[in-house]
Design a protein around this ligand. Structure first.
Ligand code: SF4
Ligand code: SF4
Length: 203
């Protein structure tokens, strides 16, 4: 039985499953405020497909450091932070000066077959706590025209998407805890090397 609650809905209208069909407009790849977080598995797939060294992959990433007492920006809170020389950081794909994702070229995603889980599931986001899975939307239709296009998404589609996303985030969460507990002088480069050599990210 499909049993996913809505993360954000406060009334009946908001908890209804939306219509959605991606129009391939690319707005989510150019939005200034959408942060493209990555898991360890995302990093492994991208480096493998593009043949990147850890140093080269590092150049395609941003590290968001959230200081003590600072609130975590919306969208990052479902991902673990990892220890780097700058402090606990959330890893995401680099944004260029014009806010475009580093992998967007001529309006096309250069890494489409291995795009990160957040791109594959956008605009849906998922969480899991005490065995209860929840879903929500990370954008409204002013950003994502797909939300006013196509048929209503079914509960089964939402559940399948959650199945394809949440285990990967959980593996990354377990990795992040081990990494954070065992580092004396962590660096982002060593972090990437460790991720790329960790077999858990190859399943
Ligand atoms: S903004 Fe929405 S419709 Fe446009 S490419 Fe992204 S997911 Fe598809
Ligand atoms: S990885 Fe591809 S789909 Fe994801 S934001 Fe970048 S260009 Fe868009």
């Amino acid at each position: 039985m499909v049993n996913l609650l809505n993360l954000t809905g406060h009334n009946k209208e908001e908890t209804k499953l939306p219509r959605f069909e991606c129009t391939k407009c690319g707005a989510c790849c150019r939005d200034e405020f959408l942060i493209v977080t990555v898991t360890g598995s995302d990093i492994v797939r991208i480096t493998a497909v593009l043949g990147l060294s850890p140093n080269e992959m590092l150049k395609a990433l941003d590290f968001y450091v959230v200081s003590d007492g600072e609130s975590i920006p919306v969208g990052l809170e479902r991902f673990p932070s990892v220890a780097t020389e700058g402090g606990l950081s959330f890893i995401s794909l680099k944004k260029m000066e014009n806010s475009e994702c580093v992998f967007l070229k001529d309006h096309l995603c250069m890494i489409h077959p291995v795009r990160p889980v957040v791109c594959r599931s956008f605009p849906f986001v998922f969480d899991e706590s005490d065995g209860q899975r929840t879903w929500g939307l990370s954008a409204k239709n002013e950003i994502c025209p797909g939300l006013t296009t196509g048929p209503q998404v079914s509960e089964i589609e939402i559940a399948e998407l959650a199945d394809s996303i949440l285990p990967e985030i959980q593996i990354y969460r377990e990795f992040a805890k081990e990494w954070n507990d065992n580092q004396i002088s962590p660096t982002a480069l060593n972090l990437l090397k460790t991720i790329i050599s960790d077999t858990r990210f190859y399943s």
